[in-house]
Write a protein that binds this ligand. Structure first.
Ligand SMILES: Cc1cc2nc3c(=O)[nH]c(=O)nc-3n(C[C@H](O)[C@H](O)[C@H](O)COP(=O)(O)O)c2cc1C
Length: 166
């Protein structure tokens, strides 16, 4: 069951979730993977509601995002173990969804599934992406956050569906 929501009514939950960690789930070539994110933004550009995810190029998720779609899965209770695990292990080496016994449910508009245990869901289609320009980042931040110059790509996901999995 899906309870459709107006994403604008849930900005608090989305931002609070992001602060401690949410999941970004992808599907490509029949494989599903999820990773924890805590950096990102939700806002308006080109008159569209857009969730911008910052994913380092070294992540398996970065490759998976070639599919052009993702879901954002926000816990509505404490899911610290899931966020810690999915933020440490790589989908290159293990099936994190199975390891954490998470339940996937079909996406409504996108092919990527939602996750029942992290029920507040944003379905997103990538409409733009841009690698961060290391020359435009203040030196103190660059040296602290990117000692290996493993820059983030900003994936702009237009929110095409928002709901709570019940
Ligand atoms: C709380 C938390 C937040 C994280 N936020 C981000 C993020 O915003 N962007 C990012 O690229 N990696 C972030 N990470 C690291 C990735 O989740 C981690 O490298 C993960 O293993 C990548 O999985 P993958 O290789 O399956 O894509 C975060 C990790 C944790 C624990």
């Amino acid at each position: 069951m899906y309870k459709e929501i107006d994403a604008y009514e849930y900005m608090n939950e989305i931002m609070k979730g992001l602060k401690t960690g949410v999941l970004l789930t992808t599907q490509k070539d029949g494989k599903v993977n999820t990773m924890s994110i805590a950096w990102g933004a939700i806002g308006i550009e080109w008159n569209k509601l857009i969730f911008t995810a910052l994913v380092r190029q070294s992540r398996y998720t970065h490759d998976m995002l070639e599919s052009g779609e993702f879901t954002i899965n926000i816990p509505m209770d404490k899911r610290n173990k899931v966020i810690a695990y999915c933020g440490k292990k790589s989908g290159r080496d293990t099936d994190k969804i199975a390891d954490m016994k998470l339940t996937t449910v079909d996406g409504r508009v996108v092919d990527v599934p939602a996750i029942k245990e992290l029920p507040l869901t944003l379905e997103c289609k990538v409409i733009y992406k841009q690698m961060q320009d290391e020359n435009a980042i203040p030196a103190a931040i660059l040296n602290k956050m990117y000692p290996e110059r493993d820059m983030h790509t900003m994936f702009y996901g237009e929110v095409v569906s928002a709901y709570i999995v019940e």
